[in-house]
Design a protein around this ligand. Structure first.
Ligand SMILES: NC(=O)c1ccc[n+]([C@@H]2O[C@H](COP(=O)([O-])OP(=O)(O)OC[C@H]3O[C@@H](n4cnc5c(N)ncnc54)[C@H](O)[C@@H]3O)[C@@H](O)[C@H]2O)c1
Length: 328
């Protein structure tokens, strides 16, 4: 059943829109006919280069600012008549090991600031991005939307708090807000730098720069990887049909261990050298096997095969980050 009349013609705000998933979402919204896309991102991890194509359309505006400050959002809302907000802003999970309190606060305060604006009638619909991390290590598999939330990091605790804030504002004030819960995404533009890097970009970057890849722990921890444009496709389709106050997993049924993944990336770049073992990372969840039964029922759910998605991703890193790449 259609609940919302699509995003075409809307003015949309994407928080964290210079980041990985957010920037792909911005491109998709513009391609689908959004009238204007406003991005707010403090560039903690995002990169303005990710918005190059979007800004070139003349239909996107970028604010380098921080959603933890209510006043920063207020001035953006004073300048634009926003219809819908996609809340993608966050600080990467690993940051919670450096600054646990702020990792929590970014996730919780940002959404509260948005919910207060929504409660005051400043925009209509909120699509909030949660994470599979809120579930912690699986107590049953596959993990559906009823799986207990058992965060193991302050990052995930902040995300779980944010989910509960969204749910309670819907119950208390009848705002139109729903929660999408992606599992591990991969694809072009995912951050490759430093300790906040995702495993695929980090490994690609190391190999492209002549540094051996690493496996943390046994390598038997498994992940359910979804290609970023599949997540974005699901989110824009879900926009029309997701009931307010509800959550939905966005995942695949593919499981791959970290060890298998590293070997696949090594094979792609023709690396046959050592793969040093490192200590397991604290709070690294052992398994994230998701149920995507609900999303399959609600939308025409299209998934790119892991072989295709991984090849496209690694080609992008090769062309962009390699010694001769544009962001090398
Ligand atoms: N990438 C994944 O595998 C994955 C998995 C599950 C859920 N998610 C969720 O999807 C959303 C997007 O994740 P991503 O992978 O694109 O992350 P990302 O780090 O690439 O993007 C997040 C963006 O938020 C920005 N940001 C951080 N703090 C901010 C603040 N206070 N104000 C404004 N901007 C701020 C960062 O600069 C960055 O550009 C997040 O909510 C994340 O929790 C991602």
């Amino acid at each position: 059943m259609t609940l919302r009349a699509g995003l075409r013609g809307q003015t949309v705000l994407v928080t964290g829109g210079a980041g990985f998933i957010g920037s792909h979402l911005v491109d998709r919204l513009l391609a689908d006919g959004a009238a204007h896309v406003v991005v707010v991102d403090n560039l903690f991890l995002g990169d303005e280069a990710n918005l190059q194509a979007a800004l070139a359309t003349g239909k996107a505006t970028f604010y380098r600012d921080d959603i933890e400050f209510a006043t920063s959002l207020q001035y953006i809302f004073a300048k634009h008549a926003i219809d819908t907000v996609f809340n993608c802003a966050t600080k990467a999970l690993n940051y919670s090991f450096l600054n646990p309190a702020n990792a929590f606060a970014t996730n919780a305060t940002g959404v509260l600031n948005l919910l207060e604006l929504q409660r005051a009638g400043r925009f209509k619909t909120l699509c909030h991005f949660s994470t599979s991390e809120v579930y912690g290590t699986a107590v049953y598999e596959p993990m559906d939307e009823q799986h207990p939330r058992n965060p193991t990091t302050t990052y995930a605790a902040g995300k779980a708090a944010a989910d509960m804030a969204v749910e309670s504002y819907v119950r208390m004030f009848d705002v139109d807000a729903f929660i999408v819960r992606p599992f591990n995404n991969y694809g072009p533009r995912q951050n490759h730098k430093g300790m906040l890097a995702g495993i695929i970009p980090l490994t690609a970057w190391r190999l492209l720069n002549g540094i051996a890849p690493e496996i943390h722990g046994t390598g038997q921890q498994s992940r359910d990887f979804i290609y970023v444009s599949d997540t974005v496709d699901a989110v824009v389709k879900l926009y029309d049909v997701m009931p307010a106050g509800e959550n939905i997993n966005i995942s695949t049924d593919n499981q791959i261990t970290v060890e298998q993944l590293i070997h696949r990336i090594c094979d792609y770049f023709g690396y046959a050298g050592e793969i040093p073992r490192k200590e397991a990372r604290k709070s690294d969840v052992l398994c994230h096997n998701a149920s995507n039964e609900r999303v399959q029922k609600l939308i025409d759910y299209q998934l790119t095969s892991f072989d295709t998605g991984l090849a496209q991703t690694l080609a992008w890193y090769r062309d962009t980050l390699g010694p001769k790449g544009e962001r090398a």
